[in-house]
Unconditional design. Structure first.
Lengths: 434, 267
């Protein structure tokens, strides 16, 4: 089998991994070596599905002794198998990198023989790249569930980022769909990586040249829509992962049906892309906007509203917290206004030092007034001629596309948030707070 | 500070030349209403004044910007000069007028029209140069890697440090077709002459080697395979990677497709 054929098979079976980020660590180039790392990460291309291509994302092999129901590479699936030799992988990486096709390598693997054997093979590839080929670019490598912490540690000293995919957000789903994995086999390597990073950061304080362990941090992926777990469950887990396991990123992958199985969505069902999108929006709110999971979802509403993004949804349900005065509100409150993002909030804080801001000025700062206007005042005044009521707010928050998604349903459904009785009672803006 | 006299300047197109124009305007107490690069024998056509580039005057202005407005203003002006915004010299000049009037505060006056336009232009430059960190595609011609780009702004000065650092052990050339400029790094010669930014009006390249063609094919095959068909989203791709970049992107060329087996056939 030639390299082109191997590349095709091993890319095809690696593509469902959502992560492709090359961010996290800054590393200058070194004399005699090839490569560097940029903190923000660099996208080198965008695939036909609109996702960024930053790393050469391949499996070392798609052979696997596990039989996870949702996975194309599971043992019982009748598919063509291939395996890269360490040399083939190293040469592909170097030659792609020299041409600036990629920012580095994202190496994962099916499990051959045993988790430890697989990890040792991954180590061999990374050693070859780092030591023989002088590769100093970005490497993201998967920690194999169930492998020896000592091996995980060796792998981590060669990589920029490591990840263990949780895939299924609950113990029940794991038991049913991934019988060879357990919560423990997944969390143990995650904890090992966290400890490695912690120890390394104290070592680096003591010895400046201590070898760096996973400087880009660790990440994980959760599959959305393969199991019946709710958004609340996924988001709560996400929050715990950021806090307890100090993850850099949690990725969500809308499940694309690849196999027929009674416990899985049918083969012709579409990947739940909108749901994945809502989870990413909420993830951003956790990481950059100071939100907590329980503010966005609770037992009563365990799933996101498909028609409205989580931040707007929070805002219309907390209308008592608005309007926010642009010229005085602290940064944290500005961030909670629909239509104001991290960048425009920072600009507001900068610009109001030079003088008070009006609505025309906000537009120049990149604030989306169409959304924000209902939630803000400038020097105590609302935008002139603005009618603040439920229907105007709703219409401004839902995009045309969302409204068209909204329309085919019976109208009563659409008004559950603001029922006719409440509107008739004429309670105005207060209605939204209920 | 109201100067009654107005004047139009023509200069040699260099950054120091532009700063010399700023110097002249203050020295003669006249408001510049037009500043454009040009040929010194054509300037009379515009009824304009030719300003000779003077390194001493230019450096006085540049230092003045640092002292009166701040180092971040120097950076903003240097970047602004690389942008493709219409009448960039006049925009920069007006920003400096405001800057010398208000001092550091001008950097916070984000809603002021001139400041807003300049910052927007620089943002555009930075976004484009960041995109090119990823979109530059080198071809291996044996002893040198060569890439061609067609940027709207002059991104080469911003790309230089990244590529020189990353490709320390390589010789490479990036040719900016739009502005007729090239950035080159060599492995031999005196250390100070190994990296250079120079004018280049045309670049003729030899046929790519067999090996080069095979890596292009592998990359194209990877690109096509890694997309998830069920998630096809041409609009998202276009917004992240606008069509104007495609001409120089190896993976967006159609010619290699026929040679590669499709993933479907392999299944």
């Amino acid at each position: 089998m030639d390299v082109l054929e191997k590349l095709t098979i091993l890319t095809d079976s690696a593509k469902y991994d959502a992560s492709c980020s090359s961010s996290g660590g800054e590393r200058a180039g070194q004399d005699g070596k090839l490569g560097s790392a940029v903190a923000s990460g660099i996208c080198h291309s965008f695939a036909a599905d609109g996702r960024c291509i930053s790393l050469l994302k391949v499996l070392m092999t798609n052979s696997c002794i596990f039989d996870c129901k949702y996975c194309v590479n599971r043992r019982s699936n009748d598919t063509r198998r291939a395996m890269f030799t360490p040399e083939e992988l190293a040469q592909l990486t170097m030659n792609f990198y020299r041409r600036n096709y990629i920012e580095g390598l994202f190496l994962s693997s099916g499990i051959v023989k045993s988790p430890d054997y697989t990890t040792e093979r991954l180590i061999r590839v990374l050693e070859l790249l780092r030591n023989q080929y002088g590769f100093s670019g970005y490497i993201h490598v998967k920690a194999i569930p169930g492998s020896d912490p000592e091996l995980v540690n060796r792998l981590g000293l060669l990589a920029d980022r490591m990840s263990v995919n949780i895939e299924l957000p609950s113990r029940d789903s794991l038991r049913q769909l991934a019988p060879d994995k357990s919560k423990e086999t997944i969390l143990r390597p995650m904890a090992a990586i966290r400890e490695g990073i912690r120890e390394n950061s104290t070592d680096l304080v003591k010895y400046r040249h201590a070898p760096k362990f996973v400087p880009g941090g660790q990440s994980t992926q959760l599959i959305v829509g393969a199991s019946p777990d709710s958004d609340l469950k996924i988001l709560t887990l996400t929050e715990a992962l950021y806090r307890k396991y100090e993850l850099k990123r949690v990725y969500y992958s809308a499940y694309t049906p690849v196999v027929e199985h009674s416990l899985l969505p049918a083969l012709d069902s579409k990947p739940p892309l909108l749901r994945e999108h809502r989870l990413y929006q909420a993830d951003w709110l956790l990481r950059f906007y100071g939100f907590e999971a329980h503010e966005l979802l609770d037992e009563r509403t365990p799933n996101f509203n498909p028609f409205m993004d989580p931040k707007c949804h929070w805002a219309v349900n907390h209308i008592d917290r608005f309007p926010v005065e642009i010229n005085q509100a602290p940064y944290e409150s500005l961030l909670r206004v629909p239509g104001i993002g991290v960048r425009s909030a920072k600009r507001i804080v900068t610009a109001r030092r030079a003088g008070s801001l009006d609505f025309a000025g906000l537009k120049k700062l990149g604030v989306v007034l169409k959304r924000a206007q209902y939630f803000i005042t400038c020097s105590g005044r609302r935008l002139e001629g603005l009618k603040v009521n439920e229907s105007t707010i709703l219409r401004s928050l839902l995009s045309k596309k969302e409204i068209s998604l909204y329309l085919p349903k019976p109208q009563v459904e659409q008004l559950t948030l603001f029922s006719d009785e409440e509107l008739a009672a004429g309670k105005g803006a207060e209605v939204i707070a209920t | 500070m109201s100067w009654t006299r107005q004047s139009a300047y023509v200069y040699d197109g260099s950054f120091d030349g532009f700063l010399s124009c700023v110097f002249e305007s203050y020295d003669r107490k006249e408001e510049a209403v037009d500043i454009r690069p040009g040929d010194d024998c054509l300037y009379t056509l515009f009824d304009a004044v030719w300003v000779e580039t003077d390194l001493v005057k230019a450096s006085r202005v540049y230092k003045g910007i640092g002292a009166k407005i701040g180092p971040d203003a120097q950076e903003l002006i240097r970047c602004g000069f690389l942008t493709c915004v219409a009448d960039k010299e006049l925009l920069l000049y007006r920003f400096l007028r405001l800057g010398f009037q208000y001092g550091r505060t001008v950097m916070n006056m984000l809603t002021e029209d001139t400041v807003h336009r300049l910052r927007k232009a620089v943002k555009h430059l930075k976004t484009e140069s960041h995109a090119y960190l990823g979109f530059v595609r080198f071809s291996d011609y044996g002893d040198i890697l060569v890439a061609i780009i067609e940027p709207k702004n002059q991104v080469l000065p911003l790309l230089a440090s990244h590529f020189c650092d990353r490709y320390r052990r390589e010789s490479f050339l990036i040719y900016d077709k739009t502005h007729g400029q090239a950035l080159m790094q060599k492995q031999e010669g005196p250390l100070t002459e190994r990296v250079g930014l120079f004018r280049l009006d045309e670049l003729v390249l030899p046929e790519p080697s067999q090996e080069e063609m095979s890596y292009r094919r592998l990359w194209k095959q990877f690109y096509d395979t890694v997309a998830i068909r069920e998630r096809n989203n041409p609009r998202a791709r276009l917004s992240h990677m606008p069509q104007r970049y495609w001409a120089q992107l190896t993976e967006m060329q159609q010619s290699h497709r026929s040679a590669a087996p499709s993933p479907k056939r392999l299944r």
